[in-house]
Design a protein around this ligand. Structure first.
Ligand SMILES: *Cc1c(COP(=O)(O)O)cnc(C)c1O
Length: 429
């Protein structure tokens, strides 16, 4: 008779795992006080004092800048719009190339196309899953203008080497820190190492405001350009006598007073949430260390902090005696999802398909590809980034069994489920 749940056996656990919910009384009170004030957004898209938003927006930005030790924090209504803004601010135009990572949420790579620039995919490092400095160096052409780094899963990318390449070739560096708020690389907060750092406050991130984001920079000119792109640049460039109008078509990427009031409360909770996450990872790693087929994520040393948005494990199919996909499907059958996220399992095979395989790149279906200045844009052939492809299709699986709120006994269930699968791996043949 079958033992594994995927074959009809009884699962290790059916009652849902705990919710990851960071919203509580403090956020309720913060939102309520904004509602009571009647001032839900003070922004004006014109050159007045309200161009920079109302009191909650400004307080939140100051707190975020202080927390990271950045000169400027610019709230923005998503990380996606933050990346668009950052790409606009550095002046990307048709004919320019931006080196991006294929292994990230889609917004990390698409941003250059909005301004007519071409995303050029470099491969990832097989340990950090972040863009690899060797591959970046390999992709540089006379048209390269910037590198868009993602601290994927919360692991800091190899910033020393990336900044050295940028310096050598006079490139701008944008850090996508959506998954790494308050992560550190060698003692420095990620987002403050490159020219611009962009954070996400969407519902799925460490802390959130429903939707939202923050750009940080130490560069006054870039901060100014970001603020204009966020809020109807065209209306303010005249009164401000701005000379360089490149990309200063404005959007409305503003966060509201309620979101920023909630954001201030969320930011206070971030350090404790991170500590709990890192402690859970240590415990889960301890439980999983006995399985030789699982290669656990590297914990960086020397002042670096991995924020573990997800816990990435490399699967050795030879040692396991089954494929990664069979293993992950078996694990999904043994374990439930979580409260507040009933329809999504806490484990998945790989992360996202390498982005250049998406139809938009395969068909070059964006106006930027038709622009004569981009006639030499590279093709997005399958095999372009072999490490990303191998990790995604064969080796990596990602899980969130270490979210704050998971208890030791919850994580013990995870280890028991994995042990059960390896004990009965013959059933997966
Ligand atoms: C979530 C995420 C984004 C997009 O963030 P939004 O705030 O939803 O726009 C971009 N990049 C990465 C790496 C992400 O994880």
């Amino acid at each position: 008779m079958a033992k594994l749940a995927i074959n009809g056996g009884s699962p290790i656990r059916t009652n849902l795992f705990p919710a990851y919910n960071t919203i509580g009384d403090a956020e309720k009170q913060a939102a309520l006080s904004v509602l009571e004030s009647g001032n839900l957004s003070q922004y004006l898209g014109a050159w007045t004092d309200d161009f920079f938003g109302g009191p909650r927006v400004r307080a939140f930005e100051e707190q975020w800048a202080d927390a990271l030790g950045a000169r400027h924090a610019i709230s923005i209504n998503s990380n996606t719009s933050g990346l668009f803004t950052a790409i606009g601010a550095i002046g990307i135009q048709p004919g320019d190339e931006v080196i991006v990572s294929p292994y990230s949420m889609s917004a990390s790579a698409i941003a250059p196309l909005v301004y007519g620039g071409i995303p050029v995919f470099a491969d990832i490092d097989p340990v950090t899953f972040c863009i690899s400095p060797e591959s970046i160096a390999d992709r540089i052409t006379p048209r390269t203008k910037a590198i868009l780094v993602v601290h994927i899963f919360g692991h800091p990318a190899d910033m020393d080497r990336i900044m050295a390449i940028a310096k050598q070739h006079n490139l701008m560096v944008i850090e996508d820190c959506a998954q790494a708020p308050m992560g550190k690389y060698k003692g420095k907060y990620v987002g403050t190492i490159g020219d611009l750092g962009v954070f996400s406050l969407n519902y799925h991130k460490h802390i959130h405001t429903g939707e939202g984001g923050v750009i940080v920079t130490n560069n006054d000119v870039l901060a100014d350009r970001c603020q204009m792109i966020r809020n109807h640049a065209e209306n303010v460039v005249g009164p401000r006598c701005v000379e360089n109008l490149t990309n200063l078509i404005g959007f409305n990427y503003r966060m509201t007073e309620i979101e920023c009031a909630i954001g201030s409360e969320q930011l206070k909770k971030l350090p404790a949430l991170l500590t709990q996450r890192i402690e859970n990872v240590a415990y889960l790693n301890e439980l999983l260390a006995k399985f030789p087929a699982l290669e656990l994520p590297e914990i960086p040393h020397d002042g670096s902090i991995h924020t573990f948005y997800v816990h990435g494990i490399k699967f050795n199919k030879e040692l396991a005696g089954t494929s990664r996909n069979s293993f992950v499907n078996a694990l999904k059958a043994e374990l439930p999802s979580a409260i507040l996220r009933e329809s999504a399992p806490l484990v998945g095979a790989g992360y996202v398909k390498p982005l250049y395989l998406q139809p938009i790149y395969q068909q070059k279906a964006a106006w930027a590809f038709q622009h004569p200045a981009n006639a030499t844009a590279p093709n997005y052939l399958s095999g372009l980034c072999p490490i990303a492809e191998e990790m995604h299709f064969e080796r990596l699986f990602t899980n969130e069994y270490m979210r704050p709120g998971m208890t030791k006994s919850d994580m013990q269930d995870v280890a028991n489920a994995i042990e059960k699968i390896f004990d009965n791996v013959g059933e997966l043949k």
